[in-house]
Design a binder for this molecule. Structure first.
Ligand code: ADP
Length: 403
């Protein structure tokens, strides 16, 4: 069975075709700058043939429909393709950022489900419209193939009311849907499942703290396999310090900055989402650059690094208190999987809460899963490669199988 995974952005479409018999990727690609004169599509089929390189198409691609038609053509082309006919695709899984309280799980995109995604556009105005376009276009180009929405928010729908409410007047929740939703759910769930497999325990017997550190970053407290708290909130701005996002700040800063710096509310939103975080402190939002600068003695990079790891450490302590017993803390995504420096700074002096790192093991590189704790550590420390696309394919497969 073959499943196509689609991640549609406002001017881009990423795709991966999976063979679900062995979970191998058959083809991947990325269409960029849709709607601009110089759009491009990069396509790679697997296994890579000796001498055959990635295919690049450079032409104007005016909209998502054209992009999807091109993807369908490349996947079925005798030279670049990996299937004979689009009908070989058993299902298409779409990443959807915001499912609000309507989606607790992946779901077939019926007219009713599509309307529910539309209803959530105000909660994710930058992402849901593009995700919706991706689904609608895909339905028109691949008619008869089941289309499944997989939501970043769904895994966090198990968070209890006392953890998801903000202490605002209650009607801000009932009338305006203001609450903690959380994001990166597909990744938190995937690494939790992988960790349970590694520990040889059923997921619903495991308590984990999952730490997703990519350009965006978030943590989740996972109790008996279910998310019970997460650092991102109503929007992906809350919580950890990120590449360009400030994470937690005093909510009264908006008023203070408006009155004293003279920025509009929209400019403050941009400041906090695009100009803050690691970039705001030291000028770079890329952890590899920052580590290089720290090694050269740059004091701003050192401050950014210290702030970044301190914030994660605070949440580790907080989620230990939430969970009581913790089986493992799990580092994932670009920084979590690959940066021994970040992991070591986060785990330093946590012996008293049972998190004891083996600093030599921590320096090894992690291709899929790596255990980083000493043999005496009551809590395991794991680095795990996340795979959100595979998780979308797995959920799509399951939803189709369930009929
Ligand atoms: P995205 O959220 O865009 O998917 P990624 O998960 O790819 O992001 O993470 C990007 C971040 O990972 C960047 O800050 C990058 O510098 C960092 N990163 C990647 N490899 C390493 C490494 N070996 N050491 C430290 N940081 C790394």
């Amino acid at each position: 069975m073959k499943i196509l995974v689609i991640n549609a952005g406002s001017s881009s479409v990423k795709y991966q075709l999976f063979n679900m018999e062995n979970h191998q990727v058959m083809a991947t690609g990325l269409v960029e700058r849709i709607g601009e004169p110089h759009s491009s599509l990069k396509h790679q089929k697997y296994p890579k043939q000796p001498g055959a390189s990635e295919i690049t198409v450079e032409q104007a691609i005016s909209d998502h429909k054209e992009a999807m038609e091109l993807i369908g053509k490349l996947l079925t082309d005798p030279h670049s393709g990996v299937i004979k006919d689009a009908l070989e695709i058993a299902g298409i899984g779409h990443r959807v950022v915001h499912g609000g309280e309507a989606f607790h799980d992946a779901m077939v995109m019926t007219d009713e489900a599509l309307q529910a995604v539309r209803d959530h556009v105000p909660l994710a105005p930058l992402h849901n419209p593009a995700n919706l376009t991706g689904i609608e276009v895909s339905i028109s180009i691949f008619p008869g193939v089941p289309q499944v929405g997989v939501f970043d928010t769904a895994f966090h729908q198990s968070i209890p009311a006392h953890a998801y409410h903000y202490a605002l007047p209650y009607e801000y929740y009932t009338k305006h849907r203001i609450r903690r939703y959380g994001f990166h759910g597909t990744s938190h769930y995937y690494v939790a499942k992988e960790a349970a497999k590694y520990l040889n325990k059923p997921l619903n017997d495991c308590n984990f703290i999952t730490i997703h550190l990519g350009n965006g970053a978030s943590m989740a407290a996972v109790e008996r396999g279910k998310s019970v708290d997460t650092t991102m909130g109503m929007t992906p701005l809350e919580g950890l310090i990120m590449g360009t996002r400030c994470g937690d700040v005093d909510p009264a800063l908006h008023v203070y900055i408006a009155e004293n710096v003279g920025l509009t509310i929209q400019a403050i939103d941009k400041l906090m989402n695009k100009e803050s975080g690691l970039k705001g402190i030291c000028g770079s939002n890329d952890m590899r650059d920052i580590l290089e600068k720290v090694r050269k003695g740059d004091k701003y990079a050192k401050l950014a690094f210290d702030m970044y790891t301190y914030r994660i450490k605070k949440y580790v302590g907080s989620y230990c208190a939430v969970l009581g017993d913790v089986d493992a803390i799990i580092f994932t995504a670009g920084i979590g999987q690959n940066s021994p420096d970040v992991r070591e700074a986060v785990c330093s002096r946590l012996n008293n809460i049972g998190i004891i790192m083996d600093t030599a093991k921590n320096k090894q590189s992690c291709s899929s899963i790596l255990e980083l704790n000493t043999s005496e550590s009551p809590v395991k420390i794991l680095a795990i490669a996340t795979n959100e696309e595979l998780e979308i394919a797995l959920q799509t497969h399951r939803v189709i199988a369930e009929g």
